[in-house]
Ligand binder design. Structure first.
Ligand code: 3PY
Ligand code: ZN
Length: 632
């Protein structure tokens, strides 16, 4: 209960007018000023103007941005029907049959998720996704699906952008009613970095399906089947599509790489089909699948399994487009690509280029290139807002064949390295990443196993350790938690098991196990957690809030705190969200249908002796002064 002031005191509320409690509790007379939405937003913008956005270096002047070019689609033009209607009408089985009848290669657009996860550290905001949603839906109704959720977006939307991943899903669903929505689900790790109890996976899948997800790409970060089975079942129970993925690592054409061979992948694919997968994903998260290897792999899989094949890659090496074409020649059913202005490098190959490459061929995508070029203009413009999150990487780079780092991790780990003061030693971190992989016995590296490798690489570079010193000094080293837990078996089992000697050095006598972590995790009592959360946040949380809290307890509480202090920040345009306003600049903020606030910055006062500054605004023409603590 929140004894904020006297009028909320239970004795007062109960009509007990013996007010003696007032004498002993003078703090009850502290009334917090009611903070309306406008004031909250002014507080946020003022804070950004004075202190900068916490995850970007502070800039003296807000950069100038042109408004993005949003393609004109007539509002009265009805939504063309698409794959979503096929699923709704004919069910998962019907949709799979439809895929198999297609001659054309089907396309998934990853711009809304993996492209910005890979290029911009997952920082693209709901505001910018929603702004282009309707146009995408109307200009590209031939898409198989739009990947727009899951992976790192769940965490980062709350952690860095202070917005709700669920609202993102709901808003986009409203604007895109015709194309299948696809998410990336990390098997028993859901959208987190650790295994969750079975009932959490079930509830999470159910809620995701209810709120708009149609295709679930399920993978396990060690290609460990027991880590995926439950998620596959849970998805099938919802009537949606379970796409289970093999994560590709190594090189099937290199005879010296004996662990991840063509046979290894085929066996795994067969097991996934048996486990209930309705589509087989090939998840080439680092872009290691080379063109001729892709041809071999797809051709063999087409012979060995009966379900459609969906290929995902990253263009880090520059071979991405060529690889997709070879896979298409070999008969792959669906491939992932993204809008050209968000493509290439650690992201997906260009969807525009792919449309052009296949035009007037047997496997023509059916998508309209001119339309996609309009979408590319929009993303070209919007991408500039996120320039502070761009990687140093300026060209494709075949060193990925050595470090094998997933595209979706690259910019995120780069940011992490900068945050711990290793920005200047990024080359060493990448080289160490490869060393750690060898040390760990050559594992599949994808979230969360890739994070473990990344944490270990940062740890080793920071402490000037090499492979030998790990064995020599390891007994005395305190390894990162993620590394210890990994070797205990919390993420499941890698093919061939853990290197024994290293495991002993790292776990230092702690318990290790080889069974499925979900089996030893107590089911979550959702009602109990809801009560606990209610006590913490002082309001009744929704079931979706409870799921967010279970996935990311502290991140969710911090997000909640931000909401209390600043209100709903997803309504701000992105330049204002990251950079505030320039003196004299004005922005219109639509806080609900029919309600717009006009916020103008008049000026910023000098630093006062108490460490604050007054920021002078106009809110709907009325002068407003906001006092902001200067953290510099
Ligand atoms: C994720 O799990 O976020 C990934 O993108 C893995 O490739
Ligand atoms: Zn990816």
């Amino acid at each position: 209960l929140f004894l904020e002031n006297v009028v909320t005191h239970p004795d007062f509320l109960s009509g007990n007018y013996d007010t003696s409690f007032i004498d002993t509790k003078p703090e009850l007379f502290k009334f917090k000023p009611r903070r309306d939405r406008g004031t909250k937003l002014l507080n946020y913008i003022g804070h950004i103007i004075v202190n900068g956005y916490e995850n970007l270096p502070k800039v003296e002047k807000k950069p100038h941005f042109e408004p993005p070019r949003i393609p004109k689609t007539s509002v009265s033009q009805p939504y063309p029907s698409g794959t979503k209607q096929i699923l709704d009408r004919e069910g998962a089985g019907g949709l799979v049959r439809w895929i198999q009848e297609q001659k054309k290669v089907l396309i998934t657009d990853t711009t809304f998720r993996d492209a910005h996860q890979s290029l911009l550290a997952t920082r693209v905001r709901t505001y910018d996704l929603v702004a282009i949603a309707e146009a995408t839906s109307k200009l590209a109704p031939e898409l198989f699906s739009i990947e727009m959720w899951g992976g790192a977006t769940f965490d980062t939307s709350m952690r860095f952008l202070k917005e709700s991943p669920w609202e993102r899903l709901q808003l986009l669903r409203e604007k895109i009613p015709n194309i299948l929505f696809q998410m990336l689900l990390r098997g028993a790790n859901a959208v987190g970095y650790t295994n969750y109890p079975d009932n959490v996976i079930r509830e999470f899948v159910k809620a995701s399906a209810e709120n708009g997800i149609d295709v679930f790409r399920i993978f396990d970060s060690l290609n460990w089947l027991p880590g995926m089975q439950l998620a596959i079942e849970a998805v099938r129970e919802t009537g949606k599509i379970a796409e289970a993925a093999i994560c590709y690592t190594g090189d099937i054409l290199d005879p010296s790489r004996t662990k991840y061979t063509l046979k290894y992948y085929i066996d795994l694919a067969k097991e996934l089909e048996k486990a209930g997968a309705q589509i087989l994903g090939i998840k080439d998260m680092a872009g290691l699948l080379k063109p001729y290897a892709a041809y071999e792999l797809v051709r063999a899989l087409k012979q060995e399994i009966g379900i459609p094949i969906h290929l995902h890659t990253h263009d880090t090496s520059g071979n991405g487009g060529a690889m997709l074409l070879k896979a298409i020649e070999a008969g792959v059913d669906i491939v992932d690509a993204c809008v050209s202005s968000m493509s290439g490098l650690t992201s997906q190959p260009s969807l525009n280029a792919l449309i052009a490459a296949l035009e007037r061929t047997e496997r023509d995508t059916g998508l309209n290139l001119e339309n996609y070029n309009k979408l590319a203009d929009y993303w070209h413009d919007v991408r500039t807002y996120y320039q502070g999150f761009e990687s140093e990487m300026k060209s494709s780079n075949t060193e990925v064949y050595i470090h094998e780092m997933p595209g979706g991790q690259y910019t995120n780990l780069e940011q992490q390295a900068k945050a711990v003061g290793l920005g200047g030693r990024w080359d060493e971190v990448k080289a160490m990443y490869a060393t750690v992989n060898k040390l760990f016995g050559d594992i599949v590296k994808v979230t969360p196993s890739s994070k473990v490798v990344g944490d270990m690489a940062l740890f080793m570079v920071q402490n000037n350790l090499d492979e030998h010193s790990i064995y020599e000094k390891g007994e005395r080293l305190d390894f990162p938690d993620s590394v210890v837990q990994f070797f205990q078996g919390y993420l499941g089992q890698p093919p061939g098991g853990f290197p024994k000697r290293l495991q002993e050095i790292i776990v230092k006598g702690r318990e290790c196990f080889t069974d499925r972590p979900g089996e030893r995790l107590e089911p979550i009592d959702f009602a109990e957690v809801k009560k606990e959360l209610e006590a913490k946040i002082g309001r009744t949380p929704s079931d979706l809030d409870v799921l967010s809290y279970i996935m990311y307890p502290q991140v969710f509480l911090d997000f909640e705190k931000s909401k209390k202090e600043y209100g709903d920040l997803s309504v701000l345009d992105t330049p204002t969200f990251f950079y505030g306003l320039r003196p004299g600049e004005e922005t219109a903020v639509s806080i609900e249908k029919g309600k717009t606030l006009i916020i103008k910055l008049a000026g910023v006062g000098d630093l006062l002796p108490d460490g604050t500054r007054i920021v002078y605004f106009e809110l709907n023409g009325q002068p407003r002064e906001i006092r902001i603590r200067d953290h510099s």
